[in-house]
Design a protein around this ligand. Structure first.
Ligand code: DNO
Length: 356
């Protein structure tokens, strides 16, 4: 297991690499190049510079989150082949600089979503929350709300160029079923996995967040059976999962511990996002993102770490979203302090498991 911390790059962050270096037990950065438009090839010079900057701070760069998928690939339109070729070149370029894992997702139109990016907790901190009845009537309104709540930061997976075509995309996806989306996923993964095998980069697909349809969009990474289908679609260790405990657990029907145990045992989890959530209404699937501590949320974090540990997990882990605490302001979900607390807590659980 190697513990990492997500960092968006010097031009995108208030948080300094030198601060991250001081978090006990944090070895690596989960990095990205946020400004490269979706679908474009990531230039070697930019990857090299990012790696050098991170290594100069005493940290490693082995995981990228995300290299996002061009919408044409998800839509399955003929122009996808050009974007897939670009993606393969990006994989090769990243491999050349020692990247081992690429996290991505296959959610149509937009990435993760919440209905409140500044939900106040009783202790005075603020966090992200999702309340079904607060979902706006239209996706346009949701996009506006996310932008308004982002404190001026770019949000991962909410690329303006994609969102600008929101209406046209929604019209298109009206006629796309979950199975159509699956076929498009298979086409993509079949095309790129041989390149991954050749250069030694593992793909790690992030589950849908939330793991059910919103605004009628098709979804394909919602539960154990979807993950099983994906893993069988191309049965290679290089076709893996970013197992995000929070996202999977947002559907109370999902047994996150059993899912972790199964896919770790099958050797298909190169990367894990570990966070806790607290259901406020299980039937409505309403929740907020709790501190990582088990007793603050609805998930048993010891059982989660144990499922990884006891099944031979040897990938990368990062704490997931943190609250805003101690007066910090910043990119929602990605402040320094609470994620650092989460990281040290996860490391503590891991040490206890190692010494058992
Ligand atoms: C949210 C993140 C996601 C994740 C992507 C991976 O904070 O967990 O945006 O990075 O879904 O492609």
């Amino acid at each position: 297991m190697e513990m990492t911390f997500r960092w968006y790059g010097a031009n995108e962050e208030k948080i300094k690499l030198s601060d991250i270096r001081q978090i006990p037990g944090c070895k690596g950065i989960v990095g990205t190049l946020m400004d490269i438009p979706v679908g474009e090839v990531w230039p070697k010079a930019r990857i090299k510079a990012l790696k050098e900057e991170i290594e100069a701070a005493g940290l490693t760069l082995k995981v990228i989150e995300s290299v996002n998928i061009h919408e044409d690939i998800k839509m399955g339109v003929p122009s996808r082949d050009k974007w897939i070729e670009n993606y393969k070149t990006t994989i090769r370029n990243l491999a050349e600089f020692g990247i081992e894992v690429i996290c991505y997702n296959f959610m149509p139109v937009f990435d993760w979503l919440k209905t409140d990016l500044d939900f106040k907790l009783a202790d005075g901190s603020s966090t992200l929350s999702f309340v079904t009845k607060d979902l706006p009537a239209s996706p346009e309104e949701l996009i506006q709300n996310m932008a308004d709540g982002a404190e001026g930061f770019s949000l991962p997976g909410w690329e303006p160029e994609r969102l600008a075509q929101c209406k046209a995309l929604f019209d298109f996806y009206k006629n796309i079923s979950d199975d159509d989306l699956r076929a498009n996923f298979k086409y993509f993964i079949e095309a790129i996995i041989p390149t991954c095998e050749e250069v030694g980069v593992k793909m790690a697909c992030h589950p849908d967040d939330p793991p059910y349809s919103v605004f009628g969009l098709p979804r394909m990474v919602k539960n154990r059976d979807d993950l099983d289908w994906m893993m069988n679609a191309v049965d290679s260790a290089f076709n893996g999962i970013t197992l995000c405990t929070g996202s999977i657990a947002e559907d109370p029907a999902n047994d996150v511990v059993a899912i972790l145990a199964e896919f770790t045992k099958r050797g298909r989890i190169p990367f894990a996002h570990v966070r806790n959530i607290k259901f406020t209404d299980v039937a409505a699937k309403d929740f907020y993102e709790a501190p990582h501590l088990s007793s603050d949320g609805s998930l048993d974090m010891y059982a989660i770490m144990q499922a990884l540990h006891d099944n031979g997990f040897d990938g990368y882990i990062r704490p997931d979203h943190g609250r805003m605490i101690w007066g910090e302001t910043g990119r929602p979900g990605y402040g320094l302090y609470d994620r650092a607390l989460g990281l040290t807590y996860l490391n503590g659980l891991w040490e206890a498991l190692e010494k058992k």
